[in-house]
Design a protein around this ligand. Structure first.
Ligand code: SF4
Length: 376
């Protein structure tokens, strides 16, 4: 683990927070900001391209801007709201996790996973989370606040710059990746609970004039906030939907995912059906397999009965264990039996590779470890 020794002081953080956050500005707002500074509209275009196409993090890099303007901008605005606190790399060097500090001192996590052909980012949408899933590290501290759209986008731009930088150390055994190819909103927070900022960020990330990643390469994961699934069905962007189910019936699911009291399993499945009818898109169900809790053959059959008629895929995820937690990953044998039952019933299912277990890569785990350290 690499600790970055010089974090901003509270006074420096206040000064940073008082400056205009460039990543929270739309194109139109940036143009208006330039006008406030007495600058023509084409300056906004130049700055926009530096940020979203060349991943600039300082105004000093923007060499086609007059020096005097760069100095004024550096006084008045900030590009990335993120300061790296720690960076960790898994032992097999294919998973990298960064804990960032935000301008108000809060922290969030982002994880980069390297596959043969994909470089997938798992990003956060909130500081903490209000959903209270009983097996989740992030849930334990509750929700601190929503991220702004700029704070969501900033996580992607940080890694886009990192992957694009030929001076960064190469990752063993994996061809040098050069760009972010996939994004999953599966980090800290419930993206549907911060809907407006998340969708502003998604539009920026998919806008060919901004970051320009194809919407089909992005997946939004939710515990199943039904009204928001209905809203997403009409957004007109081909973002993938993943629903964290974790249990096939209300009795068990309510124990694991308390929001199930409000939106039960059948409510969620009905919303998924409406989503599929509207978009024609296949939905993924996430199911974290926990030993002795939701990994029995009976539950696999119950799940298969519910999902077999639907256009869907099931991702079985061996749980990333939290230290001192009663929730532990299912055994390999039980995992294999579970997936077999689903497949025999005609349900498309795969077991997802668990990544970065030794670097606390489950959502919220690194942040929780850092908080525990600072309380000791
Ligand atoms: S699993 Fe996801 S939705 Fe549930 S508490 Fe954790 S971060 Fe929130």
């Amino acid at each position: 683990m690499t600790a970055i020794p010089l974090l901003p002081t509270p006074k420096e953080r206040d000064a940073q927070a008082a400056r205009r956050s460039m990543l929270d500005l739309s194109r139109e707002e940036l143009t208006a900001f330039m006008a406030e500074l007495g600058q023509p509209a084409f300056r906004a275009r130049q700055i926009w391209d530096w940020i979203y196409k060349r991943y600039a993090v300082t105004f000093e890099e923007m060499t086609n801007l007059p020096r005097e303007l760069r100095t004024r901008l550096a006084d008045a605005a900030v590009i990335s709201p993120l300061t790296v606190i720690t960076e960790t790399l898994s032992l097999d060097r294919d998973t990298q996790k960064v804990l960032f500090q935000l301008p108000d001192g809060e922290t969030i996590e982002t994880v980069l996973m390297l596959y043969d052909k994909r470089r997938t980012l798992c990003i956060s949408s909130q500081v903490g989370c209000a959903m209270g899933c009983t097996f989740c590290a992030t849930a334990q501290g509750g929700l601190a606040r929503n991220l702004t759209a700029g704070e969501i986008v900033a996580q992607v731009l940080y890694f886009a710059r990192y992957l694009n930088d030929p001076d960064q150390p190469p990752h063993t055994g994996i061809q040098r990746p050069a760009r972010v190819t996939n994004i999953v909103l599966m980090g800290m927070g419930e993206p549907m609970h911060n809907y407006n900022s998340v969708w502003t960020a998604l539009r920026r990330l998919t806008d060919p004039d901004a970051f320009g990643l194809g919407a089909r390469h992005i997946t939004l994961s939710t515990v199943g906030l039904v009204p928001m699934i209905d809203r997403m069905a009409h957004e007109g962007l081909q973002i993938g939907l993943a629903v964290s189910l974790h249990a096939p019936n209300d009795e068990l699911r309510t124990q694991l995912v308390p929001v199930n009291k409000g939106y039960g399993v059948d409510d969620v499945l009905d919303a998924v059906d409406r989503y599929t009818n509207e978009t024609g898109r296949r939905v993924t169900f996430e199911y974290a397999l926990m030993r002795g809790i939701n990994d029995s053959p009976e539950l696999a059959r119950e799940l298969a009965d519910k999902l077999a008629p639907r256009l869907c895929h099931v991702n079985l995820i061996p749980l990333n264990p939290i230290p001192d937690s009663p929730f532990q990953p299912a055994s390999d044998a039980d995992t294999a039996a579970f997936v077999q039952i689903l497949r025999e019933a005609g349900v498309s299912a795969t077991v997802r590779l668990r990544r970065g277990i030794e670097i606390n890569a489950g959502c919220g785990q690194l942040r929780q470890a850092e908080q525990t350290k600072s309380e000791e």
